[in-house]
Design a binder for this molecule. Structure first.
Ligand SMILES: Nc1ncnc2c1ncn2[C@@H]1O[C@H](COP(=O)(O)OP(=O)(O)OP(=O)(O)O)[C@@H](O)[C@H]1O
Ligand SMILES: [Mg+2]
Length: 273
């Protein structure tokens, strides 16, 4: 179980650009479930992932994986329990290494190793079997440098690398957004097969409402760092979800406008006084 408690994050604290992204944010995610995270650009989705994976420190709060508070661990220590796939297919892989080297590195995640000792022949069969499961023929290209693969092939490899040492939590940050519709569907299906088979607890950021309904066990929507919707996919059609999504954004903008109007009034009063 992932339990996020009272998480807060403000960028540029005390400066003119101060930007409070989270204020006492809490969320519980049941084990083995896939939760889709929706929300408009800039609402804090990737920031949330960065605080879970450890590339960003929260100002306060806890991120409990079981009874371990990830916030107290370094990014490297967290890498054993967390897997992440980003939007950019080049990010989760080492471009200048070949497929075998990339997969070998993923198997050594969380352990110290030297490049010389990267390839461990006894792992090769496992790597080949895993690659075969992708059904893209990558097992026949073990010595191909990853930079020569297509975006879809790289993203599949990245997904496999993030899950080969079963993580306690998998973070997918718009991981199919940069792919063409056919490849995007292929990667989504592979993702679904993998996380269901391995029972991996998954958070999946997506702007694709159809995918959220089709693949997630639960859908939440963030707006301005708050959960404004928390539903089961079976409760909505894609059209209903689109309507609710747009309403929630408008509500959020309305509240923001009210807030700045009242702040404006306050400033006027301050000036008069
Ligand atoms: N490292 C950072 N330094 C300063 N500000 C940041 C940093 N990371 C994110 N922000 C700010 O935090 C807010 C939330 O950004 P975030 O990237 O989490 O949004 P998002 O919901 O992932 O948006 P998108 O859908 O566009 O990916 C934005 O205002 C962004 O400018
Ligand atoms: Mg983002």
């Amino acid at each position: 179980m992932l339990t996020i408690k009272n998480l807060s994050k403000t960028f540029y604290k005390g400066m003119d650009e101060e930007n409070q992204v989270f204020d006492n944010f809490s969320l519980e995610v049941e084990e083995s479930k896939c939760v889709a995270i929706l929300g408009p650009n800039g609402c804090g989705k990737s920031t949330l992932f960065n605080m879970i994976s450890g590339s960003l420190d929260p100002d306060g709060g806890e991120i409990l994986l079981g009874d371990v508070d990830l916030v107290k661990l370094s990014e490297d220590e967290r890498a054993i329990d967390t897997g992440k796939v980003n939007q950019d297919p080049s990010k989760g892989v080492c471009q200048n290494l070949n497929i075998l080297e990339n997969m070998s590195m993923a198997l050594k995640k969380g352990h110290k190793f030297t490049f010389k000792r990267l390839i461990d022949k006894k792992n090769n069969q496992e790597i080949i079997e895993k690659l075969k499961s992708l059904d893209l023929g990558l097992e026949k290209k073990l010595k191909t440098q990853v930079k020569f693969l297509s975006g879809g092939q790289r993203q599949s490899l990245s997904l496999l690398m993030a899950t080969v040492k079963k993580p306690k939590i998998l973070l997918l940050d718009e991981h199919t957004a940069a792919l063409d519709p056919k490849t995007s569907k292929l990667i989504m299906d592979k993702t679904n097969d993998l996380i269901k088979k391995e029972k991996i607890t998954t958070l999946m950021i997506t702007h694709n409402l159809k995918n959220a309904i089709e693949y997630a066990d639960r859908i939440i929507m963030l707006n301005k760092g708050k959960i404004v919707l928390d539903i089961l996919p079976s409760e909505v059609t894609e059209e209903e979800l689109t309507r609710i999504y747009n309403e929630k954004i408008e509500e959020g903008n309305g509240m923001e406008a009210e807030k700045s109007a009242s702040l404006g009034n306050l400033r006027k009063v301050e000036k008069i006084a």
